[in-house]
Write a protein that binds this ligand. Structure first.
Ligand SMILES: O=C(O)CCC(=O)C(=O)O
Length: 201
């Protein structure tokens, strides 16, 4: 499941410490998202190395709304409390920089692998909104772009971003409380996508 898809993806892996391309969009009075396209260069190498390194598995018996389902994607996790270093040194640098910028510990990294257009995640707000008010979630996408959509909780017009190839996308404010997000199934993809998600748990 190797991927080589973008011109910038083949460069030496490096992230933009200056966040020069980052733009904030206020979705409403209390919710914002940040987008920095191509924030990570060399994203193809990161994708390939993480696929080779991480023990990806499918989570089974997950509650989604009123249903218990097997997740149609593969996942792996890293937690600071494990005492293990991040799976790649560059993730350590990324995590500390994002933690500083967003004033969050970001002590957990979740990796989600969407192998093809049938892999997806349904509309949801992250569960840890029940224990943390206004959790910030930073997502670095590597591999082939896939849409990530946001809509007001319960329905309404959705917004869509195509995320892959090193894009950084951050959800903040009341996003997990008042909005929902999804990575929908798609008919056509140009390859797999992985999201690297930084959270404070
Ligand atoms: O893969 C993504 O970009 C979104 C991940 C997500 O929604 C989640 O893991 O809760």
């Amino acid at each position: 499941m190797f991927y080589q898809g973008s011109l910038f993806g083949t460069l030496v892996p490096e992230f933009d410490e200056s966040f020069a391309e980052l733009q904030r969009l206020d979705l409403d009075a209390t919710t914002w998202v940040d987008l920095a396209p191509g924030w990570l260069t060399g994203a193809d190498q990161i994708y390939d190395q993480l696929v080779a390194l991480l023990p990806f598995r499918q989570r089974t018996g997950v509650r989604m709304f009123d249903q218990i389902v097997d997740e149609p994607r593969l996942s792996a996790w890293w937690r600071l409390e494990s005492g293990e270093p991040e799976p790649m040194p560059i993730l350590h640098g990324m995590r500390l920089l994002l933690a500083e910028r967003y004033d969050e510990p970001f002590d957990s990294i979740g990796f989600n692998l969407y192998r093809d257009g049938d892999d997806s995640v349904a509309w949801h707000g992250d569960r840890h909104r029940h224990v943390v008010t206004n959790p910030v979630i930073a997502i670095v996408s590597v591999g082939s772009p896939r849409p990530l959509r946001l809509r007001p909780r319960g329905g309404g017009t959705s917004l869509s971003w195509s995320l892959g190839n090193g894009d950084l996308f951050v959800m903040g404010g009341a996003c997990q409380h008042e909005w929902e997000h999804t990575v929908p199934k798609v008919r056509v993809t140009h390859g797999p996508r992985m999201s690297i998600t930084f959270r404070s748990v």
